[in-house]
Design a protein around this ligand. Structure first.
Ligand SMILES: Cc1cc2nc3c(=O)[nH]c(=O)nc-3n(C[C@H](O)[C@H](O)[C@H](O)COP(=O)(O)O)c2cc1C
Length: 353
């Protein structure tokens, strides 16, 4: 089934990469305000013997209010449970544009259960899972995967299976599972997939700016771009791509705009279970990315990581983003070289957040 058109038909698609604990309902709504992507993907629904549809993900599907199509992602390998979950989604008439299978998660506790990126070790299992999902899903069926587990050994075989089971869209994060999040991205595999697959391919991995996005499109000839971490740093990135594709002037945020974005993030990350210092610590996970664009010495990152209250955070944000004429300073397009989002701290996703 063809994909829904981009917001401006004829432009390459932009898509929000699924990110657990990030692409929540409030964050999706926030992106709606700053310029929604053409397509959204949810955090994954875990699928196993006792799984149910997690309410917060269902809420993100039903209430994101961006006006853009959203795909619900599943992670799992048990065929009866995958089938049961698809049926539950269809019975509940969740307003999804399609159902996506996660074949990329690199967290050891995930891949050791043979789900997520773990599936890529065994093409025969991939065959079974794709066959099961293709027959269970009445609408669009999409896959998000990496190029392999610890090598590209099964890459072509898995592309064959994606063709065989009529997958409607492939999002390809061009690293192996073992390479996690920080290695070079091997864009040549996206080019290979885009040239040989009948379905559209979205290029994923380190699309950090409009310039980089255009380079990735030129290099890979993919049908669109899927963006994850860079939209935490720069929530205008989808709007900027759309403007660039249309040949219009591209919005250039200032540090003052970023200061306002941080206030919106405070609201988006607030939760009844997350008060005081817990809320501030949760915010720091997002600010680790925002801080990659603030100052070359990393002073903002250093200071904000030590904040213990909203008042302290406000003072630090004002010092680095507003005071002494900084509010008018352009926010750089690319992350500043040499700064790291968060060294030595990995989440359950096996990524630094
Ligand atoms: C915090 C975090 C959570 C993620 N959660 C998921 C997930 O639930 N499902 C998934 O397919 N990928 C997940 N990913 C991977 C991203 O979708 C994306 O493939 C990866 O970050 C590379 O894209 P980027 O360089 O634009 O961030 C996650 C990544 C991060 C950083």
């Amino acid at each position: 089934m063809p994909l829904p058109a981009a917001l401006i038909p004829g432009q390459p698609w932009t898509a929000l990469a699924p990110m657990q604990d990030v692409t929540t309902l409030p964050f999706m709504r926030l992106l709606g305000k700053y310029g929604a992507p053409d397509l959204l993907f949810t955090e994954y629904f875990r699928v196993h013997g006792h799984s149910t549809l997690e309410k917060h993900i269902v809420d993100s599907i039903c209430h994101h209010d961006t006006g853009r199509p959203i795909f619900g992602q599943l992670i799992g390998e048990s065929l009866p449970d995958l089938e049961r979950t698809v049926k539950a989604m269809e019975d509940a008439e969740l307003p999804v544009a399609g159902i996506d299978l996660n074949m990329g998660c690199p967290a050891p506790k995930v891949y050791k259960k043979n789900v997520g990126g773990g599936l890529l070790r065994e093409p025969s299992k991939v065959d079974e899972v794709l066959s099961c999902l293709r027959s269970a899903i009445s609408g669009r069926f999409t896959v998000k995967m990496r190029i392999g587990f610890d090598s590209d050994q099964h890459f072509e075989a898995i592309l064959d299976l994606i063709e065989k089971h009529d997958v409607d869209l492939l999002s390809l994060h061009a690293r192996t599972v073992k390479e996690a999040y920080r290695s070079e991205v091997h864009y040549e595999y996206i080019k290979r997939a885009a040239e040989r697959m009948a379905c559209p391919v979205l290029a994923n991995g380190n699309v950090t700016s409009v310039q980089k996005g255009q380079w990735v499109l030129d290099e890979t000839k993919s049908a669109g771009l899927m963006i994850g971490r860079s939209c935490i740093r720069n929530p205008w990135i989808f709007r900027q791509h759309r403007e660039h594709f249309a040949g219009e002037p591209v919005f250039q945020p200032t540090l003052g705009d970023v200061r306002e974005y941080i206030e919106d993030l405070i609201v988006a990350t607030s939760h009844t279970d997350r008060n005081g210092v817990y809320h501030i610590n949760h915010m720091k996970k997002f600010l680790n990315f925002v801080g990659l664009g603030v100052d070359v010495d990393g002073k903002f990152l250093h200071e904000m990581r030590r904040a213990k209250s909203k008042d302290e955070l406000d003072v630090i944000c004002d010092r680095h983003l507003v005071n002494n004429g900084r509010a008018e300073t352009p926010f750089p397009d690319e992350p500043i070289k040499g700064l790291v989002a968060r060294p030595n701290c990995e989440t359950s996703q096996g990524c630094s957040l």
